[in-house]
Design a protein around this ligand. Structure first.
Ligand SMILES: Nc1ncnc2c1ncn2[C@@H]1O[C@H](COP(=O)(O)OP(=O)(O)OP(=O)(O)O)[C@@H](O)[C@H]1O
Length: 763
């Protein structure tokens, strides 16, 4: 690359930066004007005279308040808009763009040049100095090298002839490197991006998005987009870019509040929460499935991640749990709910002052009095209406009860005033005035009854769920699911006992909520448009069906690695099959990512060999040390080796995570390091933060994270002996970017028996 090209480009860059700075000045002025206006309006708000003396006065006041509110909203919008704009401009000032493309459209005379950056920037309405990486035309940067390339526009596909593809590395307005490439996204740039060390926060990959990732990011057709990819193949990275892309593509019609990401744990949320702000967008709604369900059942303690991990190793209810996670079980509940349209709905008495006010038998009689066209939801609203009518009749007939008359007589003037409020007080007769006051008093007294009716408290969901569980053997052939009647019965008893102590397993919670939604006719959250589920292999088909039901208008993007199923390993392969029955095959797209970007070639080759029948994985060509394995006969030697490795990693500025199988093991390591004066942070729960420095993490919290160096604590036969733990061990090892050390006490896990001994160094 000649110096002159760099100089020419620097000149162009300087000119762009100058204009960005000018635009910043304008944005700052806009912000100031908007906040000044807001203050003005707020002051005027305070001065609106509240005229409630007459109906006309009240209407005038309401109208001027509404007008003020509207103006305030407008100003706040423009304030927000200008602030966001300034934020993007400030980012552009430092790095206005990262690529240049020269291309020619059919039938045009000369090539056109565009620059691509984090956001778009124009110095006049149709003169773009920088194109947003999400603009349709920018796709050609990610999708191909030179020559004819087709990209999608809202009006259909368009083909252009790409003449030049130039990449820049720019820091604080200065071009560091510039190189032309004929590749898709030059390996040199990717290599550099991957060479950086890890951080407690994930970064955006906007400059080096790979072609396959670009397909995922820009998909608009699929109702179900299933991304299957090996550990470290950039699923999470791609999907966060996709959120940013969707917010741009559907701007004006889609807000970040209409996008939900289900993530494996809270720690992971913390890890990824900088990516969208870095891209100039607001974060989507992020939660774990546990949080989603628990939020709806605040009084119940839903089993935590750790309890769930411990429970999966408990084999007693294995087949029962497998059934509860299946689509067949989802269908059973749906059928059971249909059956409730005819019979068996469980009700509670509505009580008033400890007396039965409306009996459950009466409620059942009303509920089943409507014809068969009434489904559960309408049946419930029709019943509610009837009950309210009954309550109103009771109120009317109580107006002359003795206690009511006495209360009315004893009202003070203030009490009367409050009861009248803004009501006109002209009554034709004293009796009418009495009836007005008496009605208010009786209504107040019956308030709890009214609430019980409106909030459907007469439904007995607990009894209903218990009835359902006992009824399951009549609804499904248990033997087809390898469950005996006795096993099922024991499972029911365990669930109900737990429930009495306000505890519920995650599988039961999902079933309980689904049944509740069907009983009450809830149709899910319609305003949510996109749902992302990361680490989908840890979900049961039931949970996915429930989420689909809960977000009926959403398109789903599911990310998974069947090699990493920690909780549901045996079901993970049938999951794809079950998913295909839930979504229209025409609108389903499966994308496979096979290249692993996270780890060095040596680590990827090793982790790949750990799998017996793994999905396809190829390493990205980046070299490092082979994984080291130390087996010692006493713990002391292991601790020494651990501390020695930590010292080496620290010196090389590599962040280390020590991953143990259980929390108990991690605690033991943490105690020992503390006693030896080695600083390390133990992550006990998902609510902690990922702080810089050495971390000690139990395996079930390590999902989705990555670190420069990983030390596997105790990969011995005593700890990892079962075939079902293979995927867990794979997940742990595949967290490492540059260094992997495996320590084992006594005998090495047999899960490593078939790993080619050339792929690691045995110390
Ligand atoms: N196109 C890319 N350019 C630069 N870095 C990338 C790219 N794609 C992925 N990476 C990096 O590779 C690493 C792994 O990516 P990511 O965490 O998205 O993988 P994953 O498939 O979700 O992995 P896992 O299933 O193990 O959680 C991250 O550091 C990410 O930033």
């Amino acid at each position: 690359m000649t110096e002159t090209v760099k100089q020419q480009e620097q000149k162009h860059l300087d000119a762009v930066v100058k204009k960005v700075k000018q635009a910043e000045v304008v944005a700052k002025q806009d912000i100031q004007t908007a906040s000044r206006d807001t203050k003005e309006i707020e002051r005027a708000f305070g001065e609106v005279h509240l005229n409630t003396g007459s109906y006309e006065g009240m209407t005038d006041t309401a109208m001027s308040l509404r007008a003020q509110q509207q103006m305030l909203d407008e100003r706040q919008n423009s304030w927000q808009h200008a602030t966001q704009r300034l934020d993007v401009l400030q980012k552009l000032e430092r790095t206005p763009y990262f690529a240049r493309i020269d291309f020619q459209e059919d039938g045009t005379r000369g090539p056109e040049t565009i620059y691509i950056g984090l956001g778009s920037f124009a110095d006049s309405p149709d003169h773009f100095l920088v194109y947003d990486w999400r603009a349709p035309i920018s796709s050609i940067y990610y999708d191909g090298g030179l020559g004819d390339i087709t990209y999608q526009t809202p009006d259909g596909p368009q083909t252009v002839d790409v003449k030049l593809k130039r990449q820049f590395q720019i820091k604080d307005g200065v071009i560091l490197t510039v190189f032309d490439t004929d590749e898709v996204v030059g390996d040199q740039m990717l290599m550099e991006a991957l060479g950086n060390s890890s951080n407690t926060k994930m970064k955006s990959i906007v400059t080096t998005i790979q072609k396959e990732q670009n397909q995922i990011i820009r998909d608009t057709q699929s109702d179900l987009l299933f991304v299957q990819g090996a550990a470290g193949s950039g699923k999470t990275a791609a999907v966060l870019q996709r959120v940013a892309w969707l917010l741009y593509r559907y701007r004006g019609n889609l807000t970040s509040g209409q996008v939900v990401l289900f993530s494996p744990n809270q720690l992971f949320n913390d890890y990824i929460n900088q990516v969208l702000p870095e891209l100039g967008e607001q974060n989507m709604v992020q939660m774990t499935y546990l949080q989603y369900t628990n939020r709806r059942l605040p009084k119940i303690q839903v089993e935590t991640l750790q309890q769930r991990f411990d429970a999966t190793t408990d084999t007693k209810f294995k087949t029962v749990n497998a059934l509860k996670g299946s689509l067949a079980y989802f269908d059973v509940i749906t059928r059971y709910a249909n059956h409730l349209e005819q019979a068996d709905m469980r009700f509670r008495d509505i009580k008033f002052q400890d007396q039965v006010f409306i009996s459950k038998e009466k409620i059942a009689e009303i509920y089943y009095s409507f014809n068969e066209n009434y489904h559960l939801g309408n049946r419930l609203s029709a019943t509610r209406e009837e009950l309210i009518k009954m309550l109103n009749r009771r109120i009317s007939s109580s107006l002359h009860d003795k206690w009511v008359e006495e209360t009315v007589q004893n009202l003070t003037k203030e009490q009367v005033d409050t009861m009248f409020g803004d009501q006109p007080r002209e009554f034709d007769s004293q009796d009418k005035e009495y009836r007005f006051l008496a009605r208010q008093i009786v209504m107040q007294a019956y308030k709890p009854v009214q609430l019980a009716i409106v909030r459907s408290r007469y439904l007995n969901i607990n009894a209903q769920y218990a009835h359902f569980l006992r009824h399951v053997p009549n609804l499904i052939e248990l033997s087809k699911h390898d469950v005996t009647t006795e096993q099922w019965q024991a499972g029911v008893d365990a669930t109900l006992n737990g429930y009495r102590d306000h505890r519920l397993s995650l599988a039961d919670t999902s079933a309980y909520l689904y049944l509740y939604d069907l009983m009450t006719g809830k149709k899910g959250e319609k305003e949510i448009r996109f749902v992302f589920i990361d680490e989908v292999q840890d979900y049961s088909a039931f949970q996915l069906a429930f989420l689909k039901f809960s977000f009926p208008r959403a398109r789903f993007t599911l990310l998974g690695d069947l090699n990493q199923a920690i909780f549901t390993q045996e079901n993970s392969r049938t999951l794809l099959g079950e998913l295909s029955t839930m979504f229209d095959p025409e609108k389903t797209r499966v994308v496979q990512l096979t290249k692993s970007y996270r780890s060095t070639q040596q680590i990827t080759d090793f982790t790949k060999d750990l799998l017996v029948d793994g999905e396809q994985i190829t390493a990205f060509d980046r070299n490092g040390d082979k994984p080291a394995v130390l087996v010692a006969s006493d713990r002391e030697a292991l601790y020494q080796r651990l501390e020695q490795q930590l010292a080496v990693n620290d010196k090389a500025d590599e962040t280390t995570a020590i991953i143990g199988k259980t929390l108990a093991e991690c605690e033991a390591v943490a105690d020992r390091l503390k006693a030896d004066g080695v600083h390390a942070t133990l992550i006990r729960t998902e609510n902690q933060r990922l702080v810089p420095g050495t971390l000690i993490i139990p395996a079930y919290l390590a999902k989705g994270l990555e670190f420069d160096a990983i030390i596997v604590w105790d990969a011995s036969k005593a700890v990892y002996h079962d075939e079902s733990e293979r995927q867990l061990l794979y997940t742990i090892c595949s967290r490492a970017m540059h260094q992997l050390t495996i320590l084992a006490n006594g005998e090495l896990t047999p899960l490593m028996d078939h790993v080619d001994s050339n792929l690691y160094v045995r110390e």
